[in-house]
Ligand binder design. Sequence first.
Ligand code: NAD
Length: 493
Amino acid sequence: MVTTAVVAGVKVDTRHWIGGQRVASATTFADVSPLDGTVIADIARGGQAEIDAAVAAAKAAFVTWSRTAPAERAAVLHRIADGVEARLEDLAQVETMDNGSLLRSHRRGVMPRVAMNFRFFADHLLTLSHDDFDTRGHRNHITWDPAGVTAVITPWNAPLMLATWRIAPALAAGNTVVAKPPEWAPLTASLLADIATEAGLPAGVFNVVQGLGTEAGAPLTAHPDVRRISFTGSVPTARKVGEAAASNITPVSFELGGKSPLVIFDDADLDLAVDIAVEQFDNSGQVCLAAVRILVQDGIAEEFQRRFLAKAAHVVQGDSRDESTGIGPLVSKTHLDRVDGFVQRAKSDGVTVLLGGEPNHELNLATGGFFYLPTVFADVDPTMEIVCHEVFGPVLTLQTFTTEADGVAMANDTEYGLAATIVTGSQDRAERVSSLVSAGTVWINCFFVRDLSAPFGGNGRSGIGREGGTWSFDFYCDVKNSVFAPKGWSAHG
Ligand code: NAD
């Protein structure tokens, strides 16, 4: 049985990581690179048995890890961050081959953020206050207790960054983790297991079960010994995870999809607005936060459209390992077909194609990869599928509005509420509009500025709960109030 793959020159173990051991499964699944369509690894295909073993290992390890002093836990997390930094180039290369995102983004943004996830939550753990206050002479003592085994299920668009954004606070809180990586990009989770072990994380504290969502993810979310489920993914899967969680009353944190607006007012700095709009093609639009509904006030709509299309037409599509590439492939052929389905239906609905509107056939033929042309539609109707449903690809729609109130109403005309971006030259308008827009994060004259101490999450169908800073510990901990009677106190006075 093949147990390792060599990807971009990096050796990756393709088995599970359970209780400090590499564990194989009877079957495997193929991991395909979106850059050229080749199989780069055969990954262990876990199911109920592997999940049971991983949860049992995590439950056993919880006894000691949950009682390990916070300073010691924090030190291990910092050593994991050191390991991520030491292997940054390996992680970046492997992730690029696996999910097709740009190598330069992995090197300069994503992988440093992975290390930061561990450092931030290690440090934040040590600042958590254990409040005490008095009630008629009785002392209320509030503590943040570790909750138990935590399931972390994540998608493929930023695999290691999104996984560690959940794994790091869970471990910091004193929980143990069973991670189910995305089947379309499973490799860096395996490298993380190596790094965590080298950093001295005890066996069983962090486990990885590879596999498909229905076969490995579903039994993990239904497991009665799982005390927290942290899920990042799509709304349809979240419904299933929610049902499984309900049977055990397991608390969930859901970070789901979006259909976020970019609202550009006629007093905006147009160069800035254009730059932000073009940024929405980053990662081929496979970004939950992407502001894919561009709403422009009608006085500047024509000029904005002209400048935006001119700039968007120059985004270079190609090999994600090249420095000059601005947009890589979609993650898989299945996903390309899904994105194309949305685009072709939109065309049938009568939209105007301003840019793209089809796969990059030439590049796909030349490389075997899954490239989709950056696409912009105008003349869209607010009820159209292309405006209402998350595409998760490089597909943007342009709409215009007349008054500020119209702009706000259109921004809020969605069942999602993950993020909103506003471009305006007026501070008063910025304050007004940001207070009226329904979203977990609102960016004003900027985009994608994230501080790990800020709450992150979505309204409506975009999720349940917030993570980041103390909000993460709120979720991963069982907060307890111990009430101490004063010395000599008697119930009978
Ligand atoms: P998905 O829901 O198909 O899969 C997400 C994960 O769930 C995968 O690991 C998958 O194997 C697993 N899964 C699938 N079926 C399962 C089941 N029945 N039980 C348990 N687990 C199961 O999503 P995707 O296509 O991988 O990712 C794209 C989605 O993720 C988009 O909707 C995107 O907006 C969302 N996303 C949200 C955020 C955020 O922070 N809000 C970040 C990134 C991506």
